[in-house]
Design a binder for this molecule. Structure first.
Ligand code: BT5
Length: 324
């Protein structure tokens, strides 16, 4: 029974370094000590490393690279983001699941994570390639008390959070391409998609979708993106622990969205610009109706990209695809 096995893992993880005896577990779970032992074997098969200290009991020394709700929550130490996590083996898109949960009243900070997305999506309904178990495919529901026109800035705030988390966990130095890409060189490792549920009273929920390519090797990517995509593993030459990274992203997301809500965009603008691959560069901005070329001079306090064209005119870009 997989539920009992996972409940046992949760119980041992919450005990931390302290071993829990087979007898105690047997009593708590209302099953035999032999059954407990069998569940431990199952956990080992799932990739847990378990120390069984004679007479003292069991202790988890290492968790597998999985994004089960309880293992992401264990040691997370956030105030609200991640208090509720829905972990799915598979779904069409975590955005769709999160939209539905938000409509049903899910709490501020609720997170949806999937191992596999069959219809992961980018902006403008573009496809987001989401290989099984290789990335972090998640959507975070936020309910900030800000006017709807501030929603796009959350994409920039989330980009800062993800960059800081990647730096912290892997030591790599990614760059941000306005508005929502995280790159190594010209290749994309992360995309962010912020969607909005609003009504006459303002923002009901923001659904921040974050897709991080973590452990894909080249042939794990769909042929259509192999030339433009990269993963943290390809960049670092190691396997990256997805759970640690997911936890750090949630912590950073809480820290920087709190900062934004309390102090506005200016402290984040500096952080964003420090990691920007766009500012000061000659870029082409493709928009739905026109394409502009010029120098990206900066972003405004509202997160609008400022592009100076050859005729000296300064254009505010609200939404575009940028080519460097
Ligand atoms: C994005 O859109 O970059 C936003 C991606 C957001 C994905 C997350 S995963 C969790 C949540 N659930 C979802 O369904 N979505 C969110 P955009 O800027 O429109 O970029 C899309 C383009 O990136 C595609 O047209 C491809 O060219 C490219 N692409 C697709 N999959 C990729 C991947 N895994 N890595 C790098 N590039 C990719």
């Amino acid at each position: 029974n997989i539920t009992v096995t996972l409940e046992l893992a949760k119980r041992l993880l919450s005990a931390g370094e302290e071993p829990v005896s087979g007898q105690q577990l047997a009593e708590e779970f209302g099953i035999s000590r032999t059954a407990i032992w069998k569940h431990m074997k199952e956990l080992e098969e799932m990739g847990y490393e378990i120390d069984s200290v004679r007479k003292k009991g069991y202790r988890i020394t290492k968790s597998p690279d999985n994004l089960e709700a309880f293992s992401v929550q264990n040691g997370l130490n956030t105030r609200k983001i991640g208090n509720h996590i829905t972990h799915l083996e598979q779904c069409a898109s975590t955005q769709i699941v999160a939209h539905k949960l938000a409509q049903e009243g899910a709490a501020d900070g609720t997170v949806v994570i999937a191992e596999l997305q069959t219809e992961g999506r980018g902006r403008l309904m573009r496809k987001w390639d989401s290989a099984h178990g290789k990335g972090i495919w998640m959507s975070v529901i936020l309910r900030p008390d800000v006017p709807p026109h501030q929603a796009p800035q959350f994409t920039l705030v989330a980009a800062v959070a993800v960059v800081r988390a990647i730096q912290q966990v892997t030591g790599l130095e990614p760059m941000i391409k306005w508005p929502n890409d995280i790159l190594f060189g010209a290749k994309k490792a992360t995309g962010i998609l912020t969607e909005l549920q609003s009504d006459a009273d303002g923002i009901q929920a923001l659904i921040i979708g974050i897709g991080v390519n973590v452990n894909q090797q080249l042939d794990d990517f769909d042929a259509s993106v192999q030339d433009i995509a990269t993963s943290l593993s390809l960049e670092s030459g190691t396997i990256v622990n997805r759970r640690e990274l997911a936890q750090e992203i949630l912590r950073c997301l809480e820290r920087y969205t709190d900062m934004y809500i309390e102090h506005g965009f200016s402290p984040l603008k500096q952080l964003w610009e420090a990691h920007s691959a766009t500012i000061g560069k000659a870029v082409r901005a493709r928009m739905s109706k026109e394409t502009l070329e010029g120098i990206a001079e900066g972003i405004t306090e509202d997160g609008v990209l400022q592009l100076r064209t050859a005729d000296g005119k300064l254009h505010g870009i609200y939404s575009a695809d940028i080519e460097l």
